[in-house]
Design a protein. Sequence first.
Length: 272
Amino acid sequence: MVSVRWTGAAGLEIAHEGAVYLMDPYVSRPGKAAVFFKRLVSRREAVAGFLKDLPGSLKAVMVGHTHFDHALDVPVIAEMAAARVVGSRSLDVLLEAFGMHGRVTVCRGGERVVLDDQAAVTMLPGRHGRVLLGRIPYPGEIVPPLEPPLKVREYRHGQVFNMLLELGGMRLLHVGSADVDDAVLQGQGSDVLFLCVSGWRFAPDLVPRVLSRVQPKTIVPFHFDDFTTPLAPGAQVPDLPLLHKDLFLKQLACHAPQARVIWPKVNQVMRF
Ligand SMILES: [Zn+2]
């Protein structure tokens, strides 16, 4: 059995037989004032607490793209844990800026990276979705010179990946931004699809395009929480505006009537 905790934004903590794998871990959740007006700083104590509470030994950190809500905490995690880091050239440049040279297994799209004796991830080339005002935010590569802490606009998205993790006999597909490359997804089956909700209406026919190619048994919509809101114990995390959740769910039911749909709460653990 594989257990997956949605940790907010596009973050997944995936555990199987004492091993843990992270996708797009995002713990610090800087507030709006920091995001819009300041440089972004990882909350080191929160990250240390997050790592201490993992349900096993951390094997790998995989990053789908390098916007701050996917990559902000990766340098601190890489510094604190000996785990393998898998991502783009931009992620490598980011970690270099934090003093970690050569730490990233750099992928350009299509590589299958064996993480250990039970897990492998294929970094499928993807596309970034459109969000505010129908625009793709902060496109392009992260380039030096960089002087951390960085501003939001320095976290360019870099190469975008859809990450397909094979683990415990399951195939988990992470679509962390609301667009895909149809040709790449063609024929890539998955057992569980994690599908970004934020911005889904800007990618025409996103839901049928993904579902017809991937044919998941279970669909977990995610990345719909307001990721500039800190997590407080017991408090509800507000959703992002303009999600059109009912319409999204209707489309899932229409285009994948056999699939189970789990609309998770932040920090909810799911077992597959
Ligand atoms: Zn993004």
